[in-house]
Design a protein around this ligand. Structure first.
Ligand code: IMP
Ligand code: MG
Length: 184
């Protein structure tokens, strides 16, 4: 029986690189919002399940009053492709008048974040911004405004640090690429 890490052909982003960038993003967000909240808190919405590790690391570097919530959006797709049809499987409570920060693992085609941002924008938040750990711009089908990006990645399917393939590999502490024989 192989261990999870043995299924990878390479590590793209090490634990150290991830930790350093997450710390920078937290500091940047703290700086950008410190004078904007006017006594309100920042509503941080993590997109489950992919953002769970990134979010838990990131919020510990945001030195602001935060409320934490989660959303589940799923797209009907097959294997490594997403379709344009998004359904909200778990929603957040009212966001009207709130400063909202969405936390996502990766923006690929853009369909998921375009839909979620549209839906939340329609509920009249005080502000709405997206943080995505990874951005795969070469795959974009629809435009998405990402306020904070961790890393741009090439057109390869990546796993680890929250990201899965077929529900596995989320627990790897770094981000890597699977051996081609793992996609079958
Ligand atoms: P989009 O709607 O095509 O932008 O896809 C977004 C979702 O697809 C992400 O939230 C991920 O869950 C998943 N996804 C896209 N690319 C990858 C990848 O390389 N590894 C793991 N999941 C991915
Ligand atoms: Mg996802």
């Amino acid at each position: 029986m192989m261990t999870a890490s043995e299924d990878l052909c390479k590590v793209l982003l090490s634990e150290e690189e991830l930790a350093a960038r997450v710390k920078e993003l937290g500091a940047q967000i703290t700086e950008d919002y410190r004078d904007r909240l006017n006594g309100k808190h920042l509503l941080v919405i993590g997109m489950l399940k992919g953002s769970f590790i990134f979010m838990s690391d990131l919020v510990r570097h945001i030195d602001l009053h935060c409320e934490i919530d989660f959303m589940i959006a799923s797209s009907y797709g097959s294997g490594t492709e997403s379709s344009g049809v998004i359904t909200i499987k778990q929603d957040v409570k009212d966001v009207e008048g709130q400063h909202v920060l969405i936390i996502e693992d990766i923006v690929d085609s853009g369909y998921t974040m375009m839909s979620v941002m549209e839906i939340l924008k329609g509920r009249k938040p005080a502000s709405l911004a997206l943080v995505s750990l990874l951005d795969k711009p070469s795959r974009r089908k629809v435009p998405v405004e990402i306020a904070y990006t961790g890393f741009e990645v090439p057109d390869e399917f990546v796993v680890g640090y929250g990201l899965d393939y077929d529900s596995r590999y989320r627990n790897l502490p770094y981000i890597g690429v699977l051996k081609p024989e793992m996609y079958s």
